[in-house]
Design a protein around this ligand. Structure first.
Ligand code: BG6
Length: 478
């Protein structure tokens, strides 16, 4: 293992999202959101993908987001654990529906503001920089039922009002902001990604790209507002990252991989460069898409992000015929199974070099600082008889990825920081399981919500503490 060095002031920490950790889904006046409608079990995927309409809760189903890990009740204890590990950054999201329960009220909900103020103050108490996503897979349900969510242009103004409220309410507490979590997931999981459910007579591609346009304009507009409220604010976009490799060196496979990359990077191309990429016109023509734009949109889009944030779990793989070989849907983006990689318990490829490749590609393309805001291994953890969790597999995964990130920094890429995903075990977004664990801290809760919610430090807790204390120079474990 070659030595890697991280810059002075590099931010180390972990990430949660409101909908996967807070629970207390109706407390403090919170409104219902899309994710609150997504049950565990057979209906989960059809609902997430927008194929099955679920606008009311059912008594016979279990909804993992409703209680999650009760971060809402336990955030002081959880942030203290993060501080004990030495975190200098903590990524979480604000639930839009705690600030505007329906999404379209004239005035914000004071209780929601007070809750997040307290969370961010708690972080500051320990010198932890909050990194805050404005929308992480949780559109208020009222905006879905009344407006059709992001297919409706009115969402831009509603989102801008919500964002301005946050920038003003948390000014001085929060400097790093992300607009939409994994914005490209809108294409792959439209209901969880953007609150979209398709009607029988709709062209889903048309609806998705129109919604994408609205999100892109909204993202640029709130970037502008963030800078107006406080020029020190730093706003990032957020990509579900991971380059596509061609299945073979056959030119058709290489072309297919390039197109699949563009499908995801389309969003970042707009957010980082300030206008639609040249390839978009043909893409829209061939899919029968016509985007309704207003004359002012081009000017708004010019407000580009300050940095590029992204998640990286695995690389992806494409061929000219995606149905021909084994395929998987790791993290809902369809990919061929790369035979050169080992895979996690949930079938996600493990590819640290792919992280270095992805980071180099992104910096070559955008020349903006990068922030790796999600990375980690979802695995089954076993409690030993004496209450320990020896998660060496997680340490191995993280060590290799931190090493690869260090190599990317040595390649010349400016990187602001690193937040591992699910630093405290939380509900998995894809499957809704608790048993798919990412954390340094174990949470006593099972897939059906049974357990004490007790927090237990895993072996990786102590390892990550040492990584942070050494600013990434000591990645070893005994
Ligand atoms: C990303 C999301 O897609 O991946 C997170 O931003 C999600 O919300 C994470 O939890 C890991 O996916 P999963 O399905 O293992 O939770």
């Amino acid at each position: 293992m070659s030595e890697v060095t991280f810059p002075e002031g590099f931010l180390w920490g972990g990430a949660l999202a409101a909908n996967q950790s807070e629970g207390s889904y109706r407390a403090g006046g919170k409104g219902l959101t899309t994710v609150d409608m997504i049950p565990l079990g057979a209906h989960r995927m059809p609902v997430k993908l927008g194929l099955e309409k679920r606008f009311t809760l059912r008594d016979d189903e279990y909804y993992p987001s409703h209680d999650a890990i009760e971060f809402y009740q336990r955030y002081k204890q959880d942030i203290a654990l993060m501080a004990e590990m030495g975190f200098t950054v903590f990524r979480t999201s604000i639930a839009w529906s705690r600030i505007y329960p329906n999404g379209d009220e004239a005035e914000p909900n004071a209780e929601g503001i007070a809750f997040y103020r307290s969370v961010f103050e708690e972080c500051r108490k320990y010198g932890i920089e909050p990194l805050v996503t404005l929308c992480h897979f949780d559109v208020p349900m009222h905006l879905v039922t009344e407006y059709g969510s992001w297919r409706n242009r009115k969402m831009i103004a509603l989102f801008a009002r919500y964002a301005r409220t946050c920038f003003e309410a948390f000014d001085g507490l929060v400097k790093y902001w992300l607009t939409f979590n994994e914005i490209n997931i809108l294409l792959h999981s439209p209901f969880s990604g953007a609150g979209l459910v398709f009607e029988a007579d709709e062209n889903p591609e048309q609806v998705k790209y129109q919604a994408a346009h609205h999100e892109l304009v909204a993202s640029a507009l709130v970037t502008k507002i963030a800078h107006e409220v406080n020029p020190a604010n730093q706003v990032g976009c957020m990509l579900a990252g991971g380059n596509f490799y061609p299945w073979s060196c056959k030119p058709e496979d290489v072309w297919a991989a390039l197109q699949k990359d563009r499908e995801n990077l389309f969003f970042i191309d707009v957010q980082a460069r300030g206008s639609y990429p040249a390839y978009a016109a043909r893409l829209f023509r061939e899919k029968g898409i016509e985007i309704a734009m207003q004359p002012e949109d081009a000017d708004i889009l010019r407000h580009t992000v300050d940095f590029i944030s992204f998640s990286y779990y695995a690389s992806r793989c494409a061929s000219a015929d995606m149905t021909a070989q084994n395929s998987s849907a790791a993290n809902v983006v369809k990919s061929l199974i790369n035979p050169h990689l080992t895979r996690s318990d949930w079938g996600w490829g493990i590819d640290p070099l792919g992280l270095r490749i992805t980071m180099n590609m992104m910096y070559d393309r955008y020349q903006k600082p990068l922030f790796l805001v999600e990375n980690g291994l979802g695995a089954r953890d076993e409690l030993t008889a004496d209450g320990q969790i020896n998660d060496d597999y997680r340490i191995d995964y993280l060590r290799q990825h931190i090493q690869a990130m260090g190599e990317a920094i040595a390649d010349g890429i400016p990187v602001i920081g690193y937040t591992t995903w699910g630093c405290i075990d939380l509900v998995a977004a894809s499957t809704g399981e608790m048993s798919k664990r990412y954390g340094f801290v174990y949470v006593d809760r099972d897939d059906l919500g049974r357990g004490t919610l007790e927090r237990i430090r895993k072996k990786s807790f102590w390892w990550y503490q040492q990584v942070i204390a050494s600013n990434g120079s000591n990645l070893h474990s005994e």
